[in-house]
Every structure is written in C-alpha cells, then in structure tokens.
Design a protein. Structure first.
Length: 400
C-alpha cells in the first residue's frame, strides 16, 4: 500500500475503536453504574483532561522524537488500556474510581497520539492537503459508525467482548503505523539545545500572530464547551432520563450523528476544493446551533435522533473546513506544533464542556442544558462572523 493508504488504515482502526469506546464508556458510567449527572460530567471531563494539560507538550515532543514513532507508541499504550476495565468487569468489581483511572490512561494516550497523527497527514497528503483532510475525515466518521454499531451490542454480549475487540482494532492500527516506516521523521535534531518550552512558544507565536488561526481556535474552544459537552454528557442523560434508553439506543444516536457527518464529507469529495472555507465553517456552525436547539425541545426519541443526524450533517462541513484552514495556513516547519494548538483548543475545552453540561443538566435537566448550550454557541458564531476574517478568507487550491 502507498503511505497515504496506510495512513488511512491507521486512522480508520483508531476511530473504529474510538467509536466503540465512546459508547461503552458512556454506557458503563451512565446506565450500568447509574451515576448522577454531575459524576457523568466528571467522568467525561477526566477522559479529556490529559489532552487539555499535555497535548501542547506532546506536539512539541513529536517534532523531536518523530511523528510516526510517537503515534505508534501512543496507540500501543491505548490498545493495552482496555485490559484494565476487562479485569474489573470479569471480577465484577467495576466502580466509578476504576472508570476514572481508565479515563486518565486513555486520555493520556490520546493526548500524545493526536498531534502526531495530525502532523503525519501532511507527510502523506502530497499536493492536495484539503482532499486528504476530507478523506481522513470520511474514514474517521465512517469507521466511527462501525465502532458505534458494534458497541451497541454491549447489553447483549457484554462489555468484555466489546472492549477486547476495541483493543484488537488498536493493535491493527499499530501494524499500519509500523508500515509507514520513516514517514514523519524528527524535524528537531536530537542534539539541538533548543528547549521544548521554546518549541511551544514558537507554536503559540505562529498561532497568535495570525488572525485566521486565532479565529479558528476561538471557534474550536466554543465547540469544545457547548457542542462536545452536549454530545458526551447531555445526550446520554437525555436517553437515560427522558427516553429510558439502552446501549443500542446510545449507539444509534452516535451512529446517526456520524452518518450525517459522512454524508456531508462524501459530498465535499464530489465538490472538490472549497475556496471559502471560513465562510462554510461559520454557516455550518450557526445552522448546527439552531438544529441542536431543536434537539433539546423534542419529545419523541426518533425525532431526537433525527435532529442529531441533521446536526452531524452540519458538523461534516465544519470539521474539515476548520482543519483545512489550520493545515494550509500553518508554517510547514511548525505544523505539528500548530496542529497541537488546534487540537488543544477543542480537546482542552472539552473538560470544561463536560463539567458545564453536567452541572447544567443537574440544575435544569439535560434537555434544557442542550438548549442553553446551543444558544450560547449561536451567539458566539454570529459574533465571529462580524469581527473575525473567517467570513472573508479564501483558501488557495493546492496543485493536483
């Protein structure tokens, strides 16, 4: 296989496993352990916390040790982590403390894997970065649907089998990363005296000195707080408290959301280059906010899942556009560090979003928590449309 195909295999296995984890983790905390809203938010915050604290450092380290090497060891660590839950489930000793420990370990693996994997994309993309971003996004959400679907059988076959298969998928991804060989070698010499902190300052300076990059970062922070918080905390609580749902219902919700993402991304592949990526980002996030608002008002489970599907349709435009802007605008020598800031702006805000959604759900109920988050996001997007360069920006088309 070509490096591009091998890279797509690597990310496909990760996201299939990630989809399984998303459902099983939420199901174990929300429906098996029956934790209250505040503790559901705390658990989801914990899995995102290492990314908030370490992802910038991980991006700087990736430039030194090599993108492929860091991605490989991080994914191998992630492949072994489900064994912790398997052990306690087998001995019928699963507790909230064990879930928190698992969340921290898996979050640690993801914090170091994400900037390395994002940095590898440009090494395998060739001349058309936007098309590779769209292809990677298609694999991401397409294989997440597979992962969600498999995790939906947790009620039937038991979580041990689901977690075992999750671990196996991650090991398959390790094989693909090994096959990439020397792609993404270190860009900072091993004997270089420059400190990691200086690397981080250079990455921060590259982001903060560019108005377009800053605007994407602000959008990402808002998505992490208002969108991610709703997705990982409020949605499972709605299924449990309003619709009395099961693991299959939670899997269906996640799968239909990803299906919306996949349909939009497939359309982007047919359309080709989007010159007004910033404008597309603004419109997708504003319409997505309105759709999310309606999802908090519906009273039938089928309608609720359908609105989440439509929300995914909007996300399928927003996510590739924001990543394209960052990938194409970042200085090549600092790309891993800039992309680590990109990931940090989303993942770093995720713990805040999880706590936000948990406390809003505890105070007002999960449906009203979704409505509040959607209104806040819509207001921020409108503000950014007027004060940022996103609406007027143009992305040059890479040569074919």
């Amino acid at each position: 296989m070509s490096p591009k195909q091998t890279y797509l295999v690597a990310i496909s296995t990760w996201y299939a496993a990630f989809g399984m984890q998303s459902v099983v983790f939420a199901w174990l905390v929300t429906m098996l352990l029956r934790e209250p809203a505040e503790r559901v938010g705390l658990a989801q915050m914990t899995i995102l916390l290492p990314g908030m604290l370490l992802i910038l450092l991980a991006g700087a380290i990736a430039d030194r040790v090599g993108l492929r090497r860091q991605a490989l060891w991080s994914q191998l660590f992630a492949a072994l982590t489900p064994l912790l839950l398997i052990y306690f489930l087998y001995h019928q000793a699963l507790s909230f403390a064990v879930m928190i420990c698992y969340a921290l370990l898996m979050g640690l693996a993801q914090a170091f894997l994400t900037p390395a994997r994002d940095g590898l994309l440009n090494h395998v993309a060739g001349d058309n970065v936007q098309r590779m971003v769209v292809l990677a996004s298609l694999c991401q959400f397409g294989f997440q649907i597979i992962g969600y679907s498999l995790a939906g059988f947790a009620d039937t076959v038991g979580p041990i089998y689901i977690l075992s298969f999750q671990s196996l998928l991650l090991l398959m991804g390790c094989w693909a990363l090994v096959a990439l060989k020397e792609v993404g070698a270190p860009t900072v010499a091993g004997d270089n005296k420059v400190s990691v902190l200086k690397d981080l300052r250079e990455g921060a300076a590259a982001v903060m000195s560019n108005r377009l990059l800053r605007a994407v970062m602000v959008q990402n922070v808002a998505m992490g707080i208002f969108f991610m918080g709703s997705f990982i905390v409020a949605f499972p609580l709605v299924l449990r408290e309003v619709f009395n749902g099961s693991s299959a219902d939670l899997a269906s919700l996640n799968a239909f959301n990803s299906l919306g993402l996949v349909l939009t991304i497939a359309m982007l592949l047919r359309i080709g280059h989007i010159a007004r990526a910033g404008r597309a980002l603004i419109l997708a996030q504003f319409i997505g906010s309105i759709v999310l608002l309606f999802s908090g008002l519906v009273e039938q489970q089928a309608v609720f899942i359908f609105t989440i599907f439509l929300w995914g349709v909007c996300g399928g435009m927003a996510m590739p556009m924001s990543r394209t802007i960052m990938q194409q605008t970042a200085p090549p020598a600092l790309r891993a560090r800039v992309m680590s800031f990109y990931s940090f702006s989303f993942m770093g805000a995720g713990p805040i979003g999880a706590l936000w959604a948990g406390y809003m759900a505890d105070l007002f109920g999960p449906q009203l928590a979704i409505v509040i988050s959607s209104m806040a996001m819509a207001s921020l997007v409108l503000l950014m449309a007027f004060i940022s360069p996103l609406w007027r920006s143009t992305m040059a088309q890479s040569p074919q």
